[in-house]
Write a protein that binds this ligand. Structure first.
Ligand SMILES: [Fe+2]
Ligand SMILES: [Fe+2]
Length: 351
């Protein structure tokens, strides 16, 4: 397999070659030189200082040329949370820190590539496009710039197209295999919400409305400190308190953008509210919670339960649905019942 190695330090190239060749073919590119190499085949491996703005800009230029590389692995020291987030914002499909992880990931990519060549489980362009648009949205919000509604609309439309074309189950597999963290969560919530809306027989415009609210629902997490957002393990009460700010932060980020509708803002601010008034941030209850928010909340909880996380196994869809059923009083029972079709769609008992 061809590895396009992009770095800001030419001195790293011999070590990478020694580590990977002859098992892999390494094609190096140094960021400081402007001789853009245009190889779009194989996978991309980036090892550069993502704390430097000019370095990030150069990587963006490389990525524009190499946007068809399905796999983008970033090598980042594990303690530098900001660089890890930057890597995902640039569209990383994997972030690794140790040489052993690099080789393991490359072998996995090579195996996936072989499987893809046999027409199995390849990543569809829509999944890739939606992830890139989502990454752009989060990166903009993190850098204190106004979110571009076109990014959210594009990501949503790509997810709708994908699910309509390949079905929910295949799409779910793709997202869980190729994305991590907050991006995986937002993609999953949107896909689940879209599938829910399609299952309920919503018209195209309503599928889009719910999908858009889902795409943007956790945008406030772009401003949550990464030490909290990406913490592996349980949050302390103080960290939990910080995390609980994300609906209001998201609302504040979007409220002055003319193209963002009131119902999208409602979804962003209120997707953690419960019918019995025990949710946050506003403690809404009963009829104060709109239909769109009720659908979004069910999709959000289900997505969070079935996500793949590096530090814990994903819950089965059957068990996740049981938890939704046990939340009677908090979620609308009739909608949870209707959600059964999405939760169990094509599952085997072990899923
Ligand atoms: Fe949330
Ligand atoms: Fe969420």
């Amino acid at each position: 397999m061809l590895v396009n190695f992009v770095t800001d330090e030419p001195g790293k190239i011999p070590a990478v070659r020694a580590m990977l060749e002859p098992q892999f073919h390494v094609m190096p590119q140094v960021l400081q030189s402007d001789d853009a190499q245009t190889g779009a085949n194989g996978m991309l491996m980036v090892d550069a200082d993502l704390r430097k703005r000019d370095c990030v800009e150069r990587i963006k230029r490389v990525l524009r040329v190499k946007r068809t590389n399905p796999e983008k692995m970033f090598v980042v020291p594990s303690h530098l949370q900001l660089m890890i987030a930057q890597a995902y914002a640039l569209g990383a499909t994997a972030v690794v820190s140790r040489p052993r992880e690099i080789v393991t990931k490359l072998i996995q990519f090579a195996n996936d590539e072989k499987a893809d060549q046999n027409n199995a489980d390849s990543v569809s362009p829509e999944t890739r496009n939606s992830a890139v648009a989502l990454a752009s949205m989060f990166s903009t919000a993190r850098e204190s710039n106004p979110v571009n509604p076109a990014d959210a609309e594009y990501a949503t439309s790509q997810i709708i197209t994908n699910i309509a074309r390949t079905g929910f189950n295949r799409w779910l597999d793709e997202v869980r295999r190729h994305h991590e963290g907050t991006f995986q969560h937002c993609l999953l919530v949107t896909g689940i919400a879209v599938s829910f809306a399609l299952d309920l027989g919503f018209c195209e415009a309503d599928v889009k409305r719910l999908g858009l609210a889902a795409t943007l629902h956790d945008i406030g997490k772009a401003r949550i400190p990464l030490a909290v957002l990406d913490k592996r393990g349980e949050l302390t009460p103080a960290e939990e308190e910080i995390m609980r700010c994300h609906p209001v932060i998201g609302y504040d980020l979007l409220k002055n953008i003319p193209k963002i509708s009131g119902e999208t803002l409602d979804g962003v601010r209120h997707h953690h509210e419960y019918l019995d008034g025990s949710g946050y941030p506003d403690g809404l209850a009963g009829s104060e919670i709109s239909d769109l928010v009720r659908l979004l909340t069910i999709s959000d909880i289900f997505a969070a339960l079935i996500e793949l996380r590096p530090y814990r196994p994903a819950m089965s869809r059957v068990d996740a649905y049981k938890i939704l059923c046990d939340m009677d009083g908090k979620l609308e029972g009739a909608l949870v019942k209707a959600f059964r079709g999405v939760a169990f769609n094509g599952t085997k008992p072990s899923e």
